[in-house]
Design a protein. Structure first.
Length: 256
């Protein structure tokens, strides 16, 4: 996008800011990224429930995947709604993913042009490693109004399950994907590794090598029927693989 194109897109977004009732000031619909939390429907915020209720169209990923996903969390709220299937490939093929994001953005823009707002339900919080951000950027670049409804993150929910504090006082908190090669090394911070999945074995080996395994905990599928809580990451059985939705928390080292 050129500088002039970006300026025009920003001007269009300003003209189409969300107005009362969920529509935008220019008569087109608004795209809402509605964060639905990690899995427990009781962690839906009041605002999330309200926005879903006000939008005639709800976009959800992974319909029919057979897993408990964002669709399962919001399903009781979908009566009378038109539901868009926004499945995206879980693949490392970036070109394939980009094509999928573009297709979803086009479908959403067509609904917004008709004056209908869309609630896009996304697991956890829409601002943390969420597919929604790629779709929102494409929709916003076309001049449509967008808004994010924040929600409970998986690592905050996991800390609650474990009964631990993520950070106190001046302590730092570092969040990164568990797929990062080797995992980061921040001895003076509590670290959170998200969506570790098939890399959990390597992550655990790295933590053991650095003498940090005793301070590590794990929660997989937090808030879902398949939830598993391990106060000691070392006790988790990884022989049969692990859920993609696994969160590892490593508490900062105590100063000697």
């Amino acid at each position: 996008m050129t500088h002039s194109e970006g300026f025009r897109a920003e001007a269009a977004r300003r003209a189409c800011r969300p107005a009362a009732g969920g529509s935008s000031a220019c008569g087109r619909g608004v795209l809402y990224g509605v964060s639905v939390g990690p899995g427990d429907p009781e962690l839906l915020t009041l605002k999330a429930v309200r926005v879903i209720g006000e939008c005639p169209v709800v976009a959800v990923p992974d319909i029919g995947s057979g897993k408990q996903t964002a669709y399962s969390i919001v399903r009781p709220l979908l009566e009378g709604k038109r539901v868009m299937d926004c499945s995206t490939p879980m693949a490392r093929d970036r070109a394939r993913a980009e094509e999928s994001y573009g297709r979803i953005a086009e479908d959403i823009c067509a609904v917004l042009d008709a004056g209908e707002s869309v609630a896009y339900a996304t697991l956890g919080d829409a601002s943390v490693y969420s597919t929604f951000s790629y779709i929102r950027d494409r929709v916003a670049e076309r001049g449509y109004a967008t808004e994010v409804v924040p929600g409970v993150t998986s690592f905050c929910a996991s800390a609650a399950k474990l009964g631990v504090s993520l950070c106190d006082g001046a302590e730092r908190l570092v969040v990164e994907p568990g797929t990062a090669d080797g995992g980061g090394f921040y001895p003076d911070a509590t670290r959170v590794y998200l969506k570790s999945g098939s890399r959990l074995g390597k992550l655990r080996a790295d933590l053991e090598k650095r003498g940090e395994l005793d301070g590590a905990s794990m929660v997989s599928d937090c808030g879902l029927p398949t939830e598993a809580v391990f106060p000691r990451f070392a006790d988790a059985d990884l022989s049969q693989g692990a859920s993609y939705f696994s969160t590892v928390i490593v508490k900062r080292r105590a100063r000697g």
